[in-house]
Design a protein around this ligand. Structure first.
Ligand SMILES: Cc1cc2nc3c(=O)[nH]c(=O)nc-3n(C[C@H](O)[C@H](O)[C@H](O)COP(=O)(O)OP(=O)(O)OC[C@H]3O[C@@H](n4cnc5c(N)ncnc54)[C@H](O)[C@@H]3O)c2cc1C
Length: 410
């Protein structure tokens, strides 16, 4: 600790988990700095909607500096390149070394794209607003070109890939000109539920879409994708929605075995160091805890609470993951996914939108009267949109068109 009475607390990564921790820490008690290479907080769970233009980039971003100013904390736009836990300091890409008293690591994960030959060069990843904008532009360009064939490949058909496909269909269904290939390593799409695979195929059966399940991508080339059975698929746009791997910083810092997430105790403290706390996707808390924003947010908040409690020499509180279902979209159909079953209905799209609007707007809690006015306006706008969505599903008689899928026992 320095002469100043406030402990120096650094947060590496300022998205869901990092920002949530920062917001829950008082600047009266801690000298907090959030480090992130990118200027904006991004709401990743809705970036696929940029493809159909149902959302614009600005609707999914908050200025990180502004959010942190509100909390009385510092923002440093930089990348942490190394953590030296013995000297309690981090190294930045800009060359600076910064000493900490407590460190929160919330770096998320990185795309599997880095590991597949040619993929980072020729495929578009799906991990940020700008990735999704790039994908949207390339699809739009391909659609407008006068070509005999317009082949597109989506690699990965778990939630992310399914949502991307849904948005492509939403935008281009009326005049479908793509030859779309979906590659999925598992034997069926979303095999954890009986029947979702067939239902998705049924929803897109009139379109030129080929599903390649039980296949992996071996190489991505400029105009093609090579599968592990040797098949070569032509591709003018390749979208990479397949999986994520742990951030290399975790193993390099000695906080995780090579290629693994960082193990933590019940209070989310690193098992390798009492002054390091791991939040969000970067943490290995339990094997069945999904890498989800709705876990990352409370993890960040709990770490803030525990750091406060540690300062007061009080007992630390264990993390109890929320047992709530997640929401997925396939264009105009929403899915509620729980451990025991899944439900699909157009009405669930309004629910997903509601969760997004409430959480996204609340991240930017207003301080001045004019900002309260802005928040009221944006909540009203959201309420009207959600109302419209609900009304459409009602008037089109789709409200009760729910399909039920049983989870497969593991
Ligand atoms: C397309 C998509 C759809 C999703 N859909 C859903 C959904 O419907 N529901 C849901 O709950 N979750 C969803 N998720 C998952 C959710 O987005 C993640 O679980 C969540 O983002 C994890 O939060 P995090 O703070 O741990 O990591 P992130 O949100 O990934 O944030 C990590 C931050 O760390 C920064 N960083 C990385 N390396 C460094 C470094 N070396 N130095 C400094 N900063 C660094 C990054 O710039 C980033 O800002 C989705 C994710 C994607 C990509």
């Amino acid at each position: 600790m320095t002469n100043s009475s406030r402990p120096r607390l650094f947060i590496i990564g300022g998205n869901f988990a990092g920002l949530s921790a920062a917001r829950a820490l008082s600047s009266r008690h801690f000298d907090v700095t959030v480090i992130d290479p990118t200027p904006n907080f991004e709401w990743l769970p809705h970036i696929h909607e940029l493809i159909s233009r149902h959302k614009k980039a600005d609707q999914l971003r908050h200025d990180r500096q502004q959010l942190l100013d509100r909390a009385g904390h510092r923002f440093l736009q930089d990348t942490v390149t190394a953590i030296d836990k013995s000297q309690q300091r981090v190294q930045l890409a800009s060359g600076q070394y910064l000493a900490y008293d407590e460190l929160i690591i919330a770096v998320g994960n990185i795309s599997l794209i880095e590991k597949i030959k040619g993929a980072s060069e020729y495929a578009i990843p799906f991990g940020s607003v700008s990735d999704a904008e790039r994908a949207a532009l390339q699809l739009q360009r391909l659609d407008s070109l006068s070509l005999p064939e317009r082949p597109v490949v989506i690699v990965g058909a778990s939630i992310e890939g399914v949502e991307v496909l849904g948005e492509i269909i939403r935008r281009y269904r009326r005049q479908w000109r793509f030859q779309l290939h979906i590659i999925e390593a598992q034997d069926s799409v979303m095999p954890q539920y009986q029947g979702i695979d067939n239902y998705l195929k049924e929803l897109s059966k009139d379109l030129d879409i080929r599903w390649h399940t039980g296949r992996k991508v071996q190489e991505v080339c400029k105009d093609s994708v090579v599968l592990d059975n040797g098949e070569v698929l032509a591709s003018r746009v390749t979208l990479w929605c397949a999986g994520a791997i742990p951030h290399p910083l975790l193993a390099e810092a000695g906080l995780a075995p090579q290629g693994q997430y960082a193990p933590v105790n019940a209070a989310l403290q690193s098992l390798a160091d009492d002054h390091i706390w791991i939040a969000g996707d970067a943490a290995s808390f339990s094997s069945d805890l999904g890498k989800q924003a709705y876990h990352a947010l409370p993890m960040g908040a709990l770490i803030a609470r525990n750091i406060n409690r540690a300062r007061q020499h009080r007992e630390l509180v264990p993390f109890k993951p929320l047992a709530i279902p997640s929401l997925m979209s396939f264009g105009e159909v929403g899915f509620l996914l729980s451990k025991s079953h899944a439900l699909a209905s157009p009405s669930l799209i309004a629910a997903k939108e509601g969760v997004f609007q409430a959480n996204f707007n609340l991240l930017k809690l207003p301080r001045h009267v004019s900002e309260w006015y802005d928040l009221k306006e944006s909540l009203m706008f959201s309420a009207i949109n959600i109302g419209k969505l609900a009304k459409n599903t009602w008037t089109e008689g789709k409200l009760l068109h729910a399909r039920h899928f049983q989870a497969r026992s593991r």
